[in-house]
Design a protein around this ligand. Structure first.
Ligand code: NAP
Ligand code: MG
Length: 498
């Protein structure tokens, strides 16, 4: 595989350079930067070179308690005093600040995560849009008057913030996944303790600073950097009322179980192994290009990646050959190199994991039609070329388990009922897609697929207003739209005897 010349942190603009060089990064609690109580730190790594970017504070349970207390203070003090219109205007102000600092944020994201700079810029633009969507909500959160049967009673409901929110996010879209959670919480008037992934803490820290600059009260948005132990401490923290998590199904189950015991409110956005189906009457150019993007975007590190491709048997060879051609032409390289189409994977751990899956596919007898050779050459980065397996059985690990890398498995099918059954034969249910010109088949198959998101003649369409979430083991609850606002509100029913 040809990995392009290394463009490293040297490519950063002065603003991003200054942030990186400004010394070890600290927690942000109650508006103040702070070391971890026990002084622990970790290193965040540039996945294009495997070199250290900077040191970051590693929060523990004492820090989780401090952050939750700061959030509680904000909830009971300044946040409560903010009226809805003011909350809305602060959110718009924050959106403007993110936009104004967008170039720096995109560079930090590309450096920390490895994604191409153009994709990181897209993430930042989507982050701004998301915040703007929810910034319109505070003034529209209304209760109801209830026509109860009792005489001389006024019964009404009030929507109130659910309380202190712990928000734990992964590394694949660090700031954007963060904003999916932060924006509805702020709209509802909830303070936040935000926990970015250990692989990608940088933009979260900038977000916390920008929230203060926008005028949010101290303690409204606290940032607790750290690792899985930090996230776990936050879930255990009694001062937290609600947990919102995006990440692996394994950790999601653990968090769900803990919140079940403590009766904290919880929403979970988890993994997927999403089926993508090309029917015989599809517009093939569109279907192939869309399917390629659907799996290889973000180097396959997306919860809704279209990772299981089903192609009608007569088209199978043509489709897989054309996909393999695209894959072979892809430019894999450092995110900060403007020619890069696929960046490195985020970490050594993900690199080893994806390599392990590729090896398991070969061992189980699948055939590599493209890619397959992970390559950590050229500066030690975690590069994996876009990989396509054919000759795949539904029972193979590569066809069943979430790989979370640029690895696609392709399988032929013969009819609609059969492909729907095979597509649904998974513990997951996050996304599913289909390509057809037949409107009847499109709706029929869309209704048969067990997934929270179904894409027809596209892959991954998204909007802040449109709910996103999973069936089955892909999660509980919905993000985006008014559905996610509800997850940050309690309903109080008030009875007044007149
Ligand atoms: P993960 O462990 O689920 O991490 C997600 C977030 O949860 C991170 O902030 C993580 O912190 C934190 N965390 C880890 N253990 C925790 C615990 N016991 N309690 C509370 N928080 C905890 O995901 P990962 O290890 O980065 O990736 C593993 C696999 O998860 C991937 O290969 C992929 O299959 C899946 N994944 C899915 C998504 C998605 O969007 N659905 C995103 C990322 C990964 P640290 O990162 O600091 O450990
Ligand atoms: Mg982890």
């Amino acid at each position: 595989m040809a990995v392009m010349a290394t463009a490293t942190a040297d490519a950063l603009s002065p603003a991003a350079r200054e942030f990186v060089d400004s010394g070890p990064k600290r927690l942000l609690i109650g508006g103040e930067h702070a070391e971890a109580a026990d002084g622990r730190t970790f290193e965040t790594i540039d996945p294009a070179t495997a070199e250290v970017i900077c040191e970051v504070a590693l929060g523990g349970s004492e820090d989780a308690a401090r952050a939750a207390a700061a959030a509680r203070g904000a909830l009971e003090g300044p946040l409560r005093k903010l009226n809805a219109a003011k909350r809305s205007s602060l959110m718009y102000a924050l959106a403007e600040l993110i936009k104004a600092n967008g170039a720096e944020l995109a560079e930090l994201e590309s450096l920390d995560n490895g994604k191409p700079l153009a994709a990181a810029k897209g993430d930042i633009a989507a982050t701004v849009n998301h915040l703007r969507y929810y910034a319109g909500w505070p003034t529209k959160i209304e209760g109801e008057t209830i026509p109860v049967s009792a005489r001389d009673v006024l019964c009404y409901t009030v929507r109130e913030p659910v309380g202190v929110c712990a928000q734990i996010v992964p590394w694949n879209f660090p700031l954007l996944m963060g904003m999916w959670k932060v924006a509805p919480a702020l709209a509802a008037g909830c303070p936040i303790v935000f926990k970015p992934a250990e692989q990608t803490p940088l933009t979260a820290l900038r977000l916390g600073e920008l929230a203060l600059e926008a005028g949010f009260p101290e303690g409204a948005l606290n940032v607790l950097t750290g690792d899985g132990t930090t996230g776990s401490a936050l879930v255990d923290e009694p001062g937290v009322d609600k947990v919102a998590f995006t990440g692996s199904t394994e950790v999601g189950r653990e968090i769900g179980a803990k919140c079940g015991r403590s009766l904290k409110r919880v929403t979970l956005e988890l993994g997927g192994k999403s089926p993508n189906i090309i029917l015989p009457d599809a517009d093939l150019d569109r279907a192939i290009k869309g399917s390629y993007e659907g799996i290889y975007f973000n180097s396959g590190q997306a919860c809704n990646a279209g990772s299981r491709l089903f192609v009608e048997r007569d088209l199978f060879d043509e489709v897989t050959e054309r996909l393999a051609d695209y894959a072979r032409e892809a430019k894999v390289g450092p995110g900060l190199d403007p020619d890069t189409q696929l960046g490195p994977l985020v970490s050594q751990e993900q690199f080893d994991r994806v390599k392990g899956y590729i090896d398991s596919g070969v061992q189980e007898g699948a055939e590599l039609a493209a890619g397959g050779s992970p390559d950590s050459a050229d500066g030690g980065g975690y590069f994996v070329e876009p990989t396509l397996f054919v000759g795949v059985e539904d029972s193979m690990r590569i066809a069943r388990e979430e790989i979370f890398g640029p690895v696609l498995v392709a399988m032929p099918f013969d009819d609609l009922e059969e492909v729907a059954r095979r597509a649904n034969d998974t513990e997951y249910g996050l996304a599913a897609g289909l390509w057809t010109r037949d409107v009847s088949n499109a709706h029929k198959l869309a209704s048969m697929l067990q997934a929270g998101n179904v894409y027809v003649n596209t892959w991954g369409g998204g909007d802040p207003a449109a709910p996103f979430g999973g069936y089955k083991a892909s999660g509980i609850g919905r993000e985006k739209g008014h559905a996610n606002l509800d997850a940050y509100l309690e309903t109080k029913t008030v009875w007044v005897q007149l």
